[in-house]
Design a protein around this ligand. Structure first.
Ligand code: GLN
Length: 485
């Protein structure tokens, strides 16, 4: 059961081979046994999980189940779930129990009947690429437990890779679904900005944040996205569009598909082992009938610098709400009100979060705003225009997801710029608001490599099709780490 895809689990539940309570218990027992070492989950609540599973079994018995009802999944601990501790990886929210559900939680658990297995570890407030900024400690990569799982959705990635959950959610502001998926041999999708509601998803950089699925296959991601996507009046950036079935194009043949290779993604800066694996994937796509064309994203080298102005600027504003008054941590000893604010924020936030609040406050301040924030917004437009141009000659863009495979725990934690460069291939997609996917495409040494596919706006169904056809021709996505039984 633990090796089955969502599609197969749905069949097993429908055929009454197993109940949701039995299936959920199986995963809860695995979490209990293996999580103390991997640290993928920060909160598990057997009682709440099993009562959701019992309710799902009742729906299945009554014939009112949806296609995924009864399947247990993990949620990144950035989504508020009523009655569940919701920490966002921070001391600031270490004891915060959410009083309401995020829209994603409502849609996936209340409406679709998925069972919530637990909340997964993450970089503090989703700031990081290694899961090492979490207040709850680092997560180990199941492929090599001396290495990081990527971040910020590192707990979700490790949970699925170690088969502690059949699938999970992540959020992606600059790469946080795609990069950990790549480092843990998973498939992950960041939808077009506005497709998945951000209501109840703790905000990091609101103009970039987007939730999405992480799983074993593109088909599983399509099934999950069907439950997550949709207009929400409670999120003013949510887009009002007709509902889609993201599985509808999965089987479409790739003959005639034009795949663009941006020359900037194939220049220096990528590990040779990663590059060789990506080249092999391009050959596979040729065999599948796709045409390969050269494209250019001339401003992509500016994406990391622009992101590290815009994202901290938005974070400095979003995180001002953590002041010790409304919710979350409050310093135990203080003098006047100002002293309470200062001590609360000094004690409640970690180093990386403080660094970003300081940078964000600086770039927004009088006298610097034009030089930094405004310039970064201009670059953002140029980057988006690059994609508009590129999509005139191709249907999807292909490249690596991350310039390296999983790095060692501690290897980059002392050097923020090195850490930031983990996202050189992913960030431009967020700045432009486009959909992007990561999927397994082989190994460099013993470590997984992730291919990235970037689509035009609202072209999720095509991306999933392009990934699915590749997964039918290859078996990289079916490999599991050794030593985790
Ligand atoms: N690694 C990037 C950062 O640190 C992206 C994180 C994310 O997508 N949440 O901001």
């Amino acid at each position: 059961m633990i090796d089955k895809t969502l599609k197969q689990l749905a069949q097993a539940l429908a055929a009454k081979e197993i109940s949701s309570v039995e299936l959920s218990t199986l995963f809860l027992d695995r979490i209990e046994r293996l999580n103390p070492d991997i640290n993928a989950f920060v909160t598990v609540d057997r009682e709440q999980t099993l009562s959701m599973a019992a309710a799902a079994d009742a729906r299945i018995a009554a014939g009112t189940a949806g296609p995924l009802t009864g399947i247990p999944i993990a949620q990144k601990d950035i989504f508020c779930a009523e009655g569940w501790r919701t920490t966002c990886g921070s001391k600031m929210l270490a004891d915060f129990v959410a009083p309401y559900n995020a829209t994603v939680i409502e849609k996936m658990h209340r409406d679709a009947g998925l069972v919530l297995l637990g909340k997964t570890n993450m970089d503090e407030f989703a700031m990081g690429s290694s899961n090492e900024t979490s207040f709850f400690g680092p997560v180990k990569n199941p492929w090599d437990r001396t290495r990081v799982p990527g971040g910020s959705s590192g707990g979700s990635a490790a949970a699925v890779a170690a088969r502690l959950a059949p699938a999970a959610t992540g959020t992606d502001t600059g790469g946080s679904i795609r990069q950990p998926a790549a480092l843990c041999n998973l498939t992950g999708l960041k939808p077009t900005y506005g497709v998945v509601s951000r209501y109840g998803m703790i905000a990091y950089a609101s103009s970039l944040d987007q939730g999405g699925p992480m799983g074993a296959t593109a088909e599983d991601c399509a099934l999950l996205l069907n439950t997550m996507a949709g207009f929400d009046v409670r999120d003013s950036t949510s887009l009002e569009r007709p509902a889609e079935d993201y599985t509808r194009n999965l089987e479409q043949p790739l003959a005639g598909l034009r795949i663009g290779l941006p020359k900037e993604f194939f220049a220096a800066g990528c590990d040779a082992g990663v590059m060789a694996t990506v080249q092999e994937a391009i050959n596979e796509y040729r065999r599948l009938g796709a045409t390969i064309v050269d494209v250019s994203l001339p401003n992509s080298h500016l994406s990391v610098p622009a992101y590290y102005v815009i994202a901290p600027a938005e974070a400095s504003s979003n995180l001002s709400r953590f002041d010790g008054v409304r919710y979350g941590y409050r310093a135990p000893d203080y003098g006047n009100l100002d002293d309470m604010y200062m001590k609360t924020r000094a004690q409640g936030f970690g180093e990386e979060v403080k660094r970003r609040i300081l940078i964000g406050t600086y770039v927004l301040s009088h006298g610097y705003y034009d030089a930094y924030y405004l310039q970064a917004q201009r670059i953002r437009r140029l980057i988006a225009n690059d994609f508009v141009e590129a999509f005139k000659s191709c249907d999807v863009i292909l490249g690596p997801t991350s310039p390296t495979t999983a790095f060692k725990l501690g290897e980059k934690s002392a050097d923020p710029v090195q850490m930031y460069l983990s996202d050189i291939y992913t960030i431009a997609v967020n700045l432009a608001g486009l959909p992007g996917m990561a999927l397994p495409c082989g190994f460099a040494g013993d470590l997984p490599v992730g291919l990235q596919l970037i689509g035009n706006y609202f072209d999720e169904a095509r991306l999933l099709n392009v990934a699915h056809r590749y997964q039918q021709a290859t078996d990289w996505h079916l490999r599991s780490p050794r030593g985790i039984e």
